[in-house]
Design a binder for this molecule. Structure first.
Ligand SMILES: [Zn+2]
Length: 268
């Protein structure tokens, strides 16, 4: 082979390796994860009613576990509005401190404070009786035995009949890795704590139950807009489009205008 050609091939190879390393490095740095192979919902996936009468009865204890300060209003604002109206005793556990959000290059300490304030205000608006912040770093959540143990400890104390968690088994194809990890840890903690009759997974692509939220549709945007530091301008419009798309998809289960879907698993 001519020496010049060999040199050129080596340069091309080095450039390719550098490019691939850079792409891989960026993928690892940013917090989103993409499933190359889509996870299809189970077939059949029959309708499972998590004892709606009990769910919407006054005094029912429900604990929601989320990854970030805004997940509750992003995914289940309509359902929370309905539960609040029916007199449920709601509590929220937020696993990370939200110091990155959609704007990872801002001042982390100030963002942490702002997002916690926004979440506290939003939770007050749907009558949460308690909000617990575990303060793990946003975007880099580790699924540790310590996290599971802490969640189990809080769950034992709150003793909910229903535990609502992010779906780690059938998440959207492109999902924040904190959502998958918080969802898995929360499910494991619920089992360890031995509490709850039902595990209700939200942000799921395999809903087997859905709640009509047509009457709560305007209110759901009011709740989302409380997170002023995250959702404004173009970002707010993008997020509204995603949420509306999900609600129209889940409404096929209820044959109403808008719905929020859940994957319900009976625990005992
Ligand atoms: Zn989130």
């Amino acid at each position: 082979m001519i020496p010049g050609t060999v040199r050129r091939q080596r340069v091309v190879f080095a450039v390719l390796v550098t490019l691939l390393t850079a792409v891989w490095g960026f993928y690892q740095w940013q917090p989103l994860r993409f499933d190359l192979i889509p996870r299809d919902p189970p077939r059949p996936n029959p309708w499972v009613d998590p004892n709606s009468k009990r769910l919407f009865r006054s005094g029912t204890r429900i604990t929601l576990i989320t990854a970030h300060p805004d997940d509750s209003e992003f995914y289940v604002a309509g359902l929370l509005t309905r539960l609040s109206a029916s007199g449920a005793r709601l509590s929220l556990i937020v696993v990370t401190d939200g110091d990155k959000g959609y704007y990872p290059f801002g001042d982390a300490a100030s963002l942490r404070r702002t997002r916690q304030q926004e979440q506290t205000e939003a939770a007050k608006a749907w009558n949460a009786q308690e909000v617990v912040y575990l303060g793990h770093p946003d975007g880099r959540l580790k699924e540790s035995p310590a996290l599971v143990a802490r969640l189990a400890q809080e769950l034992k104390r709150l003793n909910p009949e229903y535990v609502m968690v992010l779906d780690a088994r059938y998440p959207p194809r492109l999902t924040h890795q904190d959502h998958r990890r918080a969802g898995r840890a929360a499910g494991e903690a619920t089992r360890q704590a031995g509490v709850g009759r039902w595990l209700l997974h939200f942000s799921t692509t395999a809903p087997n139950f859905a709640v009509d939220v047509t009457g709560q549709w305007e209110r759901r945007w009011e709740l989302l807009r409380i997170h002023k530091s995250q959702f404004y301008g173009q970002r707010l419009r993008q997020v509204q489009k995603i949420i509306t798309g999900n609600a129209l998809r889940d409404a096929r289960l209820t044959r109403t205008r808008y719905a929020e879907g859940l994957r319900c698993v009976r625990l005992r």
